[in-house]
Design a protein around this ligand. Structure first.
Ligand SMILES: [Zn+2]
Length: 225
């Protein structure tokens, strides 16, 4: 697992070169945002220890397998005193409810762990504010670090080569568009995230983008917006 310090409070953990999770430092330890694919629990816990604190809670941007893949592994390793926080609609999908018509693209592997908290827009997770960004999945959320306006956008954008909205096919990372549920909602969310004027954008797939305003504008324009 590759470790990159992206801000004084956020460390990016990258697995198999293209799947990111994030350690967000709080006074009581770390919030782990996303968990990558299955089998990463030991590496994620080890990365937190190496960075000097324990994982205190696990929050995910959405329910796809490359973001929730190690939730069960972390639960069995860390126990239920470390809560799992998941966006409301994606948690309901994992609970077996039919929340939208039609088929849901992307991978939705079986999850044993029941999220302890269902996240809604405006909730706070330590220093992070939960921002609704539906489209890639029905419940997809982003997290704004209110200390420095770093925005964790999950899969609304990717950043291999350049920033791209996940609503359309992009050769450098086609998986994101293939897994996107509602392309017009995804683009609407991309615009809403841009309007937050983040100082730094970090993504589920790709490197962090500093001062991302212009890159987000260009991505939105290419996405048909
Ligand atoms: Zn995804």
């Amino acid at each position: 697992m590759q470790t990159t310090t992206v801000t004084p409070t956020i460390t990016q953990l990258t697995r198999v070169h293209f799947v990111n999770a994030f350690l967000v430092r709080e006074e009581d330890g770390f919030t782990l945002v996303d968990t990558t694919t299955s089998g990463a629990a030991d590496d994620l816990v080890g990365a937190a220890k190496a960075a000097g604190a324990e994982i205190q809670r696990i929050a995910v941007t959405h329910g796809h397998g490359d973001h929730i893949g190690s939730v069960d592994g972390l639960r069995s390793k860390l126990g239920d005193s470390v809560p799992v926080l998941m966006p409301e609609l994606d948690a309901r999908i994992h609970a077996g409810e039919k929340v939208v018509e039609g088929k849901l693209p992307g991978s939705w592997p079986k999850l044993e762990t029941r999220p302890d908290v269902r996240l809604a827009a405006g909730d706070r997770v330590g220093s992070l504010e939960v921002i609704a960004s539906p489209g890639h999945t029905p419940g997809h959320v982003s997290f704004l670090d209110t200390r420095d306006r770093t925005l964790i956008v999950g899969d609304t954008y990717t950043s291999f080569g350049k920033a791209a909205v996940s609503n359309h096919f992009y050769l450098r990372f086609p998986l994101a568009a293939m897994a996107t549920w509602d392309k017009s909602k995804d683009l609407e969310s991309a615009r809403a995230l841009r309007a937050l004027d983040p100082a730094l954008m970090v993504v589920g797939h790709g490197p962090a983008v500093a001062a991302p305003g212009a890159a987000m504008d260009q991505a939105i324009a290419r996405a048909g917006g």
